[in-house]
Design a protein around this ligand. Structure first.
Ligand SMILES: NC(=O)c1ccc[n+]([C@@H]2O[C@H](COP(=O)([O-])OP(=O)(O)OC[C@H]3O[C@@H](n4cnc5c(N)ncnc54)[C@H](OP(=O)(O)O)[C@@H]3O)[C@@H](O)[C@H]2O)c1
Length: 309
């Protein structure tokens, strides 16, 4: 039975929601943060912060002492050129794995991406995360790997842009099917799985309860903002050209564009349905908060806009 969990990534969307679900379930939650000021404000006092950085493994010593489970969603989701996503997504998560092994943690829970092995043929985002999956599988620790589809935050971050321009912009195939997932539904699934007795070593692709085409999501975004649905289509060639131009000098950006290319051209981007929260409700709630809702405190946000919870 899990009692103490370490959450790495709690200053971000996925990890923050996992920490929230763990606190609600009464678990003792230690969170890794390079800046504890970025931890979710509503959880102040409920978390045990541990200050450290995955890119400086020496700062992780002691992070996992006394813990049963290590969860990590640490990953680059920003446009900065440095550090590289190999330094963060790959080596950073390997440093966490080392620390978990050193401390005798029983179980590791890691977040990769939907269709990770297939996407790895196109994007370094998936290559780096799937390389971590392989290292975890070879580690001897019990593991629970999630490969989620897109989370609500991807769609909510687009709302300010749509409000400003009066239209949704879609690149790639509008008929791609996806079942986006609320972060808290994901967090609650992690807690439930840990509580109901972990099957040894499994990998699971997950998504939310409702399936949409990308076109439907684009139209719904307008409606949630009180706009009449207007969708403009951008040729896929634009994305490919941008990736080719970025390639030689901005590896992180190229990897992200290739990640996007895979996601907007793969007909089925759905995972096994979990949770109950509805995308349209979240959009309406976010639209009502925005633009007063706080922006991400990052130097170069990849997906600017209010930070959804
Ligand atoms: N969101 C999605 O739709 C989605 C879907 C499937 C898979 N994923 C995977 O899950 C990962 C996390 O997603 P998210 O939405 O939670 O992203 P996020 O909100 O940007 O959170 C990223 C986390 O990683 C940490 N991090 C980033 N760069 C770092 C660095 N240089 N050094 C140390 N820590 C660093 C952040 O810490 P700071 O706050 O200190 O920067 C934060 O805790 C993604 O990278 C992606 O691979 C995401």
């Amino acid at each position: 039975m899990t009692q103490r969990i370490v959450v790495a990534g709690a200053t971000g969307y996925i990890g923050g929601n996992v920490a929230r679900a763990c606190v609600s379930a009464g678990l003792s939650v230690r969170v890794l943060a390079r800046d504890p000021g970025r931890l979710p404000a509503d959880l102040a006092g409920a978390l045990e912060p541990f200050v450290g950085e995955v890119t400086r493994p020496e700062t992780l010593r002691g992070l996992c002492n006394g813990a049963d489970v290590l969860f990590s969603s640490i990953g680059m989701y920003i446009l900065n050129r440095r550090p590289s996503l190999w330094e963060v997504d790959y080596r950073g998560n390997l440093a966490l794995l080392d620390e978990a092994q050193r401390a005798g943690v029983g179980t590791i829970v890691f977040v990769s991406v939907l269709h990770g092995p297939e996407m790895a043929r196109l994007s370094a985002v998936a290559q780096a995360r799937e390389a971590v999956v392989q290292a975890i599988q070879a580690s001897g620790l019990r593991y629970l790997i999630f490969r989620p589809t897109g989370f609500f935050n991807d769609m909510l971050h687009a709302l300010p842009r749509i409000r400003k321009s009066g239209a949704s912009y879609l690149v790639g195939d509008p008929n791609v099917r996806i079942n986006p997932l609320h972060g808290l539904d994901f967090g609650e699934e992690v807690v439930r799985t840990l509580a109901t007795g972990l099957p040894n070593n499994w990998i699971r692709s997950v998504g939310g309860p409702e399936v949409f085409t990308r076109e439907e999501i684009a139209r719904m975004s307008c409606q949630a903002l009180g706009l009449s649905p207007k969708v403009r289509h951008i040729p896929l060639a634009t994305l490919r050209l941008a990736a080719a131009v970025a390639g030689p000098f901005h590896g992180n950006f190229r990897a992200f564009l290739k990640f996007l290319e895979f996601a907007v051209t793969t007909p089925d981007m759905t995972g096994s349905p979990i949770g109950h929260r509805r995308l349209y409700d979240a959009m309406v709630e976010c639209a009502a908060r925005e633009p007063s809702a706080g922006r991400r405190g990052r130097s170069t946000p990849m997906r600017p806009g209010p930070r959804p919870t």
